[in-house]
Design a protein around this ligand. Structure first.
Ligand code: F6R
Length: 366
């Protein structure tokens, strides 16, 4: 049931704060400020022996994996690869007993992801599944399982499944980092405190969800929309772009902003909408340089940045602010306006938001 919402997608966007709290339940002790996964059977020795982690998934789950890579590498210094399952399964991937393979799948039934998991197990890797569906094929066959606890996701365009997958990666990263002692106690606690605050921050953002509607109206007739970002913002840009094209059918691309010069700039014309994600402090100067480049070709730029970042005003045409949080955690906030932009654009175009053409919720054929 839609519970008073016009579409499942909107309902699921609004369910995110609750879903994220459920993901935390039993894993994040808010008093002690510790992460623990009782469901994981690894010993410290097992964790210690991994020299590589490979994340395998499709679509939005793959995009969550891209965030997972940044987070796990940052917190544990274990090298992490991320690959789409349909590629992984048809090459000879280099993995063995010293590899942890993480498969990410909302449905737990995606054919390519399931095949990639079985192949990894044959090669001797330990497989952890991050999935939303108890009793799904992937949940049953994986060696270890983290259930995202998002609740049923009905809309084809994934929203709360994605954010709970991303949160699972934060918690997993902290869990592994504590075991490997690759993070200071201070940073560990500080991140946990900030994670606890995220659901409330998202609630605050959703209270103003209508505030982004004008933007969707402004891009609904565009030929193409570009999403730019660096680092974690690039991973979120990919997800924002997928969401938009999936349900609005507007062509869209996401680019690592530094790649613009290598071809993409030719596609920016007078009036091309560009959504520039500028939340990563270490590269924000570089991003502003890229914004200048697209502005010089006539782009119409919406800058997404943290509250209080007034520097962007002189560069962008419009701003969309997200609440403050450590740079590593911004994806969970930045993706919210991007989900809403996709939703309202699809709505403005009169599309079937929950059931976009040519797509199935669960891809059980390859
Ligand atoms: C996009 C979307 C798809 C899925 C992909 C994987 O909004 O929902 O890209 O993410 O088909 O599905 P799961 O996670 O069920 O393996």
């Amino acid at each position: 049931e839609k519970n008073g919402y016009d579409h499942f997608m909107l309902k699921e966007i609004f369910e995110q704060p609750t879903a994220l709290r459920k993901t935390m339940t039993g894993r994040l002790d808010q008093e002690a400020k510790r992460v623990d996964f009782e469901e994981l059977q690894w010993s410290p020795e097992t964790i210690q022996q991994w020299n590589k982690i490979t994340i395998v998934a499709c679509g939005t789950a793959y995009h969550a994996g891209l965030i997972g890579k940044h987070v796990i590498e940052e917190l544990t210094r274990i090298p992490v690869d991320v690959e789409v399952a349909s590629e992984f399964r048809y090459r000879r991937p280099i993995i063995d007993e010293k590899t942890l393979v993480i498969v990410v799948s909302q449905s737990g039934e995606t054919a390519d992801t399931l095949a990639a998991m079985r192949q990894s197990q044959r090669l001797g890797a330990n497989v952890l599944a991050i999935t939303n569906v108890v009793g799904s094929s992937i949940a049953r066959e994986a060696d270890e399982v983290i259930l995202t606890m998002a609740g049923p996701e009905i809309a084809v365009a994934s929203t709360k499944a994605y954010t709970t997958q991303v949160l699972s990666f934060y918690l997993l990263g902290l869990y592994l980092a504590e075991s490997k002692q690759t993070v200071t106690e201070q940073k560990y606690k500080q991140l946990i405190e900030s994670i606890i605050e995220l659901p409330e921050k998202i609630e605050g953002m959703l209270e103003h969800s209508q505030g982004i509607r004008w933007y969707s109206d402004s891009i609904k007739d565009a030929k193409s929309v570009f999403f730019l970002g660096r680092g974690l913002d690039h991973a979120v840009a990919l997800e924002g772009s997928l969401k938009l094209k999936e349900i609005s059918y507007i062509h869209s691309e996401a680019y690592a902003a530094g790649e613009l010069k290598h071809g993409t700039l030719a596609l920016i014309e007078e009036g091309t909408p560009v959504i520039a994600l500028i939340t990563q402090d270490e590269v924000s100067e570089k991003m502003l340089g890229n914004v200048k480049e697209v502005k010089a070709r006539g782009a119409q730029v919406l800058g997404v940045a943290e509250e209080g970042n007034l520097d962007i005003w002189e560069y962008v045409d419009e701003t969309c602010y997200i609440p403050n949080t450590p740079s590593i955690l911004t994806p969970l906030l930045t993706v919210i306006p991007l989900q809403l932009i996709a939703y309202y654009t699809s709505l403005a175009l009169g599309n079937d938001v929950d059931k976009p053409r040519n797509l199935a919720k669960s891809v059980t054929v390859e």
